[in-house]
Design a binder for this molecule. Structure first.
Ligand code: UDP
Length: 312
């Protein structure tokens, strides 16, 4: 049995990770300050004897008593709308928060895993994106607060690995969706589903020809779980190469919801990437992993969750 600290433990991905390690028989210490996380995501774990929750802002010095085997750093606003509203908190959790969690891992001689992002590639000039691509990021743009914080977090993680010999992992997470996304988090999938279920206009930004490649949360969690247990410290892309344009995604969601919604076009946000698709050759080889859940199945599970959350 291992002891796992999960920052952002009440968030979308953090809470699924808590479930995964509890199911594995491990002890989980989840930390969250509910900036974008939600206690509902972990309510079912309260009272479990191997689950502890700490309400805390990890940009401050963090003391955890006792043994810790793994530190999984997942705390951060992750939706463009959230980091637009919370630019300084986003920069702080990626920089100061990562520093504190690396310090905790070093103190405990624990393995550290950083949740990084496809945003380190910015608006990519290479398609699909392999881990060796250095990216095309505007440091002072509105998305820069997230992109640069995560790029700094990767640099700091590698420095702790090289200088302190810390055992580290870096996962670059591509667009992921599923139950426990916040209905109002502003990202395309939750927005389209909630609009479609209410038969409201579905808001497509720009022409809708920009693409994303979307991964169902269970596939992502499995990839991260496997990465933690292989000996590899350079960044690894985890995502689903299933690429779709945003307009096609909007139409598919309207159809799967059985909705009467129309599509309306709104201005494209600044620095919105035109394309995005993970090259997952490395993850396939290293982890013997492959995303398995087809898009329509994943979307139906997500729609079901949203119906329940929206009392429909
Ligand atoms: N998008 C959209 N309508 C919305 C929300 C998002 O057309 O109501 C677009 C957004 O401009 C981007 C894509 O959908 O091109 C994916 O956006 P999301 O916020 O989900 O994540 P991103 O991949 O940009 O971080």
């Amino acid at each position: 049995m291992a002891v796992i600290v999960i920052t952002g433990g009440a968030g979308f991905l953090g809470s699924h990770l808590c479930d995964r390690f509890i199911q594995n028989g491990d002890e989980v210490i989840a930390i969250d300050n509910f900036l974008t996380g939600d206690a509902d995501n972990i309510a079912h774990l309260f009272g479990h004897k191997k689950f502890k929750f700490i309400f805390y802002d990890i940009t401050n010095f963090t003391h955890i008593p006792g043994n810790v085997d793994f530190v999984l750093h997942f705390a951060s606003p992750a939706s463009p709308m959230d980091y637009l509203k919370l630019p300084i908190q986003t920069l702080k959790v990626g920089s100061l928060g990562t520093h504190k969690m690396l310090g905790l891992a070093k103190e405990k001689k624990a393995r550290f895993l950083l949740a990084s992002t496809s945003e380190v590639y910015g608006d990519p000039l290479i398609h699909p994106q392999p881990e060796t691509y250095w990216g095309n990021v505007n440091p002072i743009g509105l998305r820069g607060v997230y992109d640069e914080a995560k790029r700094f977090a990767e640099a700091l993680t590698m420095a702790y690995h090289r200088y302190h010999g810390l055992d580290t992992r870096i996962v670059r997470i591509f667009n992921t969706y599923g139950p426990r996304m916040r209905i109002d988090d502003g990202r395309a999938i939750p927005t389209f589903i909630s609009q479609a279920l209410r038969n409201e206009d579905v808001t497509v930004y720009g022409s809708g020809k920009q693409t994303r490649s979307i991964c169902y949360v269970d596939d992502l969690i499995e990839g991260i779980f496997r990465l933690l247990f292989v000996d590899y410290y350079e960044p690894v892309n985890i995502g689903n190469p299933d690429e779709i344009s945003i307009i096609d995604l909007a139409m598919e969601i309207i159809q799967l919801c059985g909705s009467k919604s129309n599509i309306v076009f709104k201005p494209l946000p600044e620095d919105d990437p035109k394309v995005r698709q993970p090259d997952i050759s490395l993850a396939r080889k290293l982890l013997n992993w492959e995303p398995k859940i087809p898009r329509q199945e994943g979307l139906m599970k997500t729609i079901e969750y949203f119906r329940y959350k929206m009392n429909l």
